[in-house]
Design a protein around this ligand. Structure first.
Ligand code: PLP
Length: 368
């Protein structure tokens, strides 16, 4: 065998656009009040009554980790259909988080002339995954004053680019608003390809397209358990017409949902009322947080149908406020440097009452 001569470095085979990326950054949060990542603050399984914790452990004890998981996670898919009332005419494909589903969708359409279309500001994984797949990504700016859809621009972009896939997060991340229902319908009607309504925040929102799948053959509804309380399981689901799901199933890696996730998710969804109660409590906390933020001078607060609130610091530098909060032990998300339309903007996830209080107190100090 020939070995590489000392000092001769290998030229990286990695393509330049990947080299130019930095890896997805997750902030260090040890010991902090963690309000940066839209997680549910109720610890699983500690939030369960003792008897249920025991039952869950019993379920896990029956796992046979020497065996591959059910490749189609049939029982879990049936539970999801039942619990979330997925229309009978639609099929379900599961993903290792909805991030994996985004990957499947874009991989399925990837071709030299393919375009994926969404809005800006929008969810960061759409452009990232488009880039991984060498697919052109087009983002239509939302209207600056309220982050609503710019319909004239959307119509024009759909006409010009004929996108294979349109992604709309409903409600939108990182802005928190729901787009107008009729405008979304118009986009679904006009789009020549798939329209994915990303309902990651469905548990906190007043509207959904899930029950409407049959009305629109090109509509796909994607959801996740992450924001509703089980981010650690990594489970997303996508509902759409069977002929569409069967195409995605061809490129799904065979055992993408591991056994422990299948068992735990089935168990958790069988006790869905616990997750629902948490979501209701978080919606009440959101309302209180909204009012408190609106009362603070110098803030522009945007309406939210999600488990986070976007706000703009009008008189103080947002990054300075973010740093001061961090200094006080509260971690939120600084979006102020990401795009022009988010100038001065910070995003806070709704936590438990005492966490929200700590945040509000620290914010008052920082603005003071
Ligand atoms: C968090 C989020 C996701 C990803 O969720 P996972 O299931 O954890 O991968 C997808 N879409 C939007 C809009 C999100 O905010």
């Amino acid at each position: 065998m020939r070995s590489r001569a000392a000092g001769v470095s290998m030229k990286t085979p990695v393509r330049p656009e990947i080299q130019a990326l930095s890896a997805y950054h997750v902030a260090e949060a040890d010991g902090m009040v963690k309000l940066d990542a839209m997680e549910n603050p109720y610890a699983w399984p500690a939030c369960l009554p003792e008897a249920l914790q025991q039952q869950w452990l019993e379920v896990l004890r029956q796992a046979r980790l020497n065996r591959y998981p059910d490749p189609h996670a049939k029982r879990l898919a049936a539970t999801i259909r039942d619990v979330f009332a997925v229309p009978a005419a639609s099929d379900i494909v599961l993903g290792n988080g909805s991030d994996e589903l985004i990957h499947l969708l874009i991989t399925a359409v990837a071709a030299p002339d393919a375009v994926v279309l969404s809005v800006a500001p929008g969810f960061v994984m759409y452009p990232m995954i488009a880039l991984f797949n060498r697919v052109k990504y087009v983002a239509v700016p939302l209207l600056a004053e309220d982050f609503s859809l710019d319909m004239a621009a959307m119509r024009e972009a759909i006409e010009q680019y004929q996108p294979k896939v349109v992604f709309l997060a409903y409600p939108n991340n990182p802005t928190g608003n729901l787009f107008a229902r009729q405008q979304v319908e118009e986009i679904i009607d006009r789009a020549p390809g798939w329209v994915v309504i990303d309902e990651a925040y469905a548990a906190f929102a007043a509207d959904s397209f899930l029950s409407r799948l049959r009305e629109f053959p090109n509509l796909l509804v994607m959801r996740t358990l992450s924001k509703m309380g089980l981010a650690g399981l990594r489970l997303g689901y996508l509902c759409a017409a069977p002929e569409l799901v069967s195409e995605l199933d061809k490129i799904r890696l065979p055992y993408n949902i591991n056994s422990l996730t299948q068992l735990s998710a089935e168990f958790a969804l069988a006790h869905r009322e616990i997750l629902d109660q948490q979501a209701s409590a978080l919606c009440r906390q959101r309302q209180q947080m909204m009012e408190r933020l609106q009362d603070m001078p110098g803030l522009q607060v945007f309406p939210s149908q999600a488990n986070f609130i976007l706000f703009r610091t009008q008189h103080k530098d947002a990054s300075g406020v973010f740093a001061a909060l961090k200094q006080s032990g509260v971690l939120i998300k600084d979006l102020s440097a990401t795009t022009e339309s988010l100038k001065g903007c910070l995003r806070v996830t709704i936590g438990l009452a005492d966490e929200n209080e700590k945040f509000l107190a620290a914010l008052e100090m920082a603005l003071g």
